[in-house]
Design a protein around this ligand. Structure first.
Ligand code: NAP
Length: 297
């Protein structure tokens, strides 16, 4: 039976079955000596408002939000932290003592922290970055690239209208040039940072035709970047993503999206509990859950 003061945390998405967030948060709870659990909640769009109302009523202690609900969740919050307001998306909902729901976006801080950790030289400072993708992760990537010091961000998306809409909305709010590009190779020309925020290559198997096709496409884009460019692929399944493989083969430094996932989770944990989570503990739990023998690709 659950203790009365046990934390009831969870991830709301649709679908959510393959998430490693429960593994990370359960490990962090155990390491902090806190009682509680973190569940996966598969919630269709029409039930999201009711789910947030349950948090407001105290049925839960805090929620993470993932695809496709981050934008809608921000609209159901009573107040938004500055980054969530800027992104128009919330991935972490916190219930304040007065029962109001605060929306936060820890993806942005998580990505900035992952960039600092993976690429301490930060070659993109004062230079151009390219963001591939204009979904939720693309928006977070644009804001993170400017926060991390890029002076210009170029956005490419498979559906060009979405890149143009993102640029139209965010350009007045950011400190630097934000431009939409129709061609990914042109967008990447001379860039010092690549943030790969599409689903391209996700859940492929290393070496299979889909993985190889994505790697070859990535290689053409990466070849146009500056020789000292850093490449961060937000995808982390499979453990060697096509973008990371292509970047390393070209001699550029690269990392996948696992550290961002860990860092955004650590920020969320702190917001809910007031306690600092050890990212190394959360990362070890995520890696164990993603290992092939546990069913990860
Ligand atoms: P989303 O809002 O559904 O957006 C999907 C994006 O992928 C869109 O830009 C879409 O382009 C593009 N796309 C889909 N299929 C494509 C294809 N075959 N070729 C090129 N582009 C394609 O999803 P999201 O939340 O932005 O997530 C995007 C990726 O980032 C996912 O792989 C997700 O796992 C990852 N992510 C990682 C973290 C992390 O912590 N590491 C956090 C968030 C997201 P269209 O507009 O043309 O459909």
């Amino acid at each position: 039976m659950t203790e009365p003061d046990a934390l009831r945390l969870g991830l709301v998405g649709h679908p959510v079955a393959h998430s490693v967030s429960p593994d990370m948060h359960r490990a962090a709870l155990a390491a902090a000596g806190l009682t509680g659990d973190y569940e996966l909640l598969d919630v269709p769009p029409e039930q999201l408002e009711g789910c947030v109302a349950g948090l407001r009523a105290g049925l839960r202690s805090g929620l993470n939000v993932t695809v496709p609900h981050k934008g809608a969740a921000a609209r159901f919050c009573d107040r938004l932290a500055p980054e969530a307001a800027l992104a128009g998306a919330a991935n972490t909902l916190v219930r304040s003592p007065d029962g109001r729901i605060e929306g936060h976006n820890t993806d942005i801080a998580g990505l900035v922290a992952a960039l600092q950790q993976a690429f301490s030289a930060a070659p993109w400072r004062g230079r151009a970055a390219v963001v591939l993708g204009a979904g939720g992760a693309g928006r977070a990537s644009v804001l993170a690239a400017f926060q991390a010091g890029a002076s210009e961000v170029r956005v490419w998306n498979r559906t060009p209208e979405r890149a143009q809409a993102l640029v139209g909305e965010l350009a007045p709010k950011v400190a630097g040039a934000l431009v939409a590009f129709a061609d990914p190779v042109e967008a990447a020309r001379g860039a010092a940072l690549v943030l790969q925020a599409t689903t391209r290559g996700m859940a492929t198997t290393v070496g299979d035709p889909a993985w190889t096709a994505a790697r070859d496409e990535a290689a053409r884009v990466i070849a146009a970047t500056a020789p000292d460019a850093a490449v961060l692929d937000l995808v982390y399944r499979p453990r060697e993503t096509p973008w990371v493989a292509a970047a390393r083969a070209s001699g550029r430094r690269a990392d996948d999206g696992l550290e961002m996932l860990v860092q955004q989770a650590a920020w969320a944990f702190r917001l809910w509990t007031g306690r600092t989570a050890d990212p190394a503990v959360m990362r070890a739990a995520a890696e164990a859950a993603l290992a092939p023998e546990k069913g990860g690709p």
